[in-house]
Ligand binder design. Structure first.
Ligand SMILES: Cc1ncc(COP(=O)(O)O)c(C=O)c1O
Length: 444
């Protein structure tokens, strides 16, 4: 288990007495990042846009943040990292960048367990945008097992063919908690034989890592994903920054998503031609979220320290390289911790008569989020009652609208969800689950 006693001291929200159990939406901000934000005020400046010492220093901090982010996911270099506002924008950027490469008759394969941000952009492209240009592209949805929450890989195989330009799949479901077999999905995308304009003969594979990167060790080279999108606000950083990893050869040939300043090579813009800036700046149009980027990278470093060196600052605000073996160790600790929380939550929630808990029954197969419905109680009402007991939950579709429809829930297409992170301990899980029992009319 992680040293939650020490970790918890860093979080003003926990110190204030809150039971933080809606972490799959967003995690809490630690005091170290708030102090860092204050500390940055004295050297506040823009990046790539000035010759002052302040501008030079902040540019160095900003650019080295990209190195930290690249190291955390095992990417070859900062050239592979593009920063946007969140996962949603990162996935949209892939859609808009690739859109002009789609040919009439191509398809996109995604799944019934996706967050809307990995379905709706493809829906929009296929139904609303490309038909206006006379190009018909289909999207296909892979099923999952309603009992186990497991993705149906045989169904995926049957949907992917030599017209599948991209397979888009989540690494972990934000509704079921299911951890998907990423390497198996890669193999299916590899086998399609789709001819990409850059010469690759396979479908691209976009991994939605919003619930994966914060909870599970991800090495993009080992997993061989073409695109990975995730958000830092789900792993201790403040709101506002999400990342897209992509293979360098794809980024070199791909059209930019946003056009404007800084994404072009300085001095290389003429009335009838221009040249793009080098990677990753080719995809960084306009003034970026500089403070957010620095804080996001330091959130990763802090997460490393929370896991490996609680109470010490070995990675936070040091230039120490994040070695893959160390990141793996740190994330394995986090995964083990979450597994213990998951085992406790599954056991306690299962004691509620007729409760329906969605997703895998084995804690090893899921992240530490739990969506459930209690018989006879509207999930929104349940969430309100939980709030009165001091337990923070989320009721609704959690933006996993397709999966909720898939269960044909009645009368309300919604569930209630609890989700835990590195600062939660077993006591938090017990308090939250006891409150669910109480609000569901069961005395614990
Ligand atoms: C699996 C998954 N994908 C995408 C997103 C969207 O993330 P964001 O709102 O940061 O764009 C979420 C957020 O909950 C998610 O859980």
């Amino acid at each position: 288990m992680l040293n939650t006693k020490t970790i918890r001291k860093s979080f003003p929200a926990i110190e204030a007495g809150r039971l933080i159990s809606n972490n799959a939406a967003s995690t809490q901000i630690p005091v170290q990042l708030l102090d860092l934000l204050n500390g940055l005020a004295a050297g506040y400046e823009n990046v790539h846009r000035g010759q002052s010492q302040a501008s030079i220093s902040i540019t160095e901090m900003f650019e080295s943040s990209y190195d930290t982010i690249a190291q955390f996911i095992g990417a070859p270099s900062k050239k592979n990292i593009i920063l946007y506002r969140n996962t949603t924008e990162a996935i949209n950027s892939v859609m808009y960048s690739l859109m002009t490469e789609f040919k009439d008759g191509d398809n996109v394969v995604t799944t019934h367990m996706e967050h809307n941000s990995n379905f709706v952009p493809w829906y929009g492209m296929a139904k609303e945008i490309l038909p206006k240009f006379g190009i018909n592209v289909e999207y296909r949805l892979v099923k999952f097992d309603k009992e186990t929450g497991v993705l149906d890989l045989e169904h995926m195989k049957s949907l992917v063919d030599n017209r599948t330009k991209i397979v888009c799949c989540t690494g972990a479901s934000n509704f079921l908690g299911t951890k998907n077999p990423i390497k198996e999905v890669r193999k299916i995308a590899d086998a399609s034989g789709y001819e990409q304009p850059n010469g690759m003969k396979k479908s691209y594979f976009l991994l939605d890592g919003a619930q994966t990167v914060p909870n599970i060790y991800i090495d993009v080279k080992d997993l061989d994903v073409d695109f990975l999108a995730w958000s830092f606000h789900k792993m201790l950083a403040p709101f506002g920054v999400g990342a897209l990893y992509a293979k360098e050869e794809i980024l070199q040939s791909m059209r930019p998503f946003l056009y404007g300043g800084d994404m072009i090579a300085d001095g290389s813009v003429y009335p009838h031609t221009l040249e793009y800036n080098e990677l990753p700046w080719k995809f960084t149009a306009g003034t970026p979220n500089i403070l957010g980027t620095i804080l996001s990278a330091q959130a990763l470093r802090l997460l490393m320290d929370f896991s490996l060196n609680p109470g010490q600052e070995v990675y936070f605000m040091t230039g120490k390289k994040l070695e893959p073996s160390e990141v793996e160790k740190a994330m394995d600790n986090i995964e083990t911790h979450e597994k213990e929380l998951a085992a406790e939550a599954l056991e306690l929630l299962s004691e509620i008569p007729l409760v329906e808990i969605y997703g895998p029954k084995d804690p090893a197969d899921r992240t530490s989020l739990f969506s459930f419905n209690c018989p006879g109680i509207n999930p929104y009402k349940l969430a309100e009652e939980l709030n009165k007991c001091g337990v923070e939950s989320r009721a609704g579709c959690h933006c996993a609208s397709l999966a909720h429809r898939y269960y044909d829930m009645k009368p309300t297409i919604a569930s209630c969800r609890l989700s835990f992170y590195v600062y939660n301990d077993l006591e938090d899980v017990r308090k939250a689950c006891d409150a669910v029992k109480k609000c569901a009319g069961i005395n614990s």
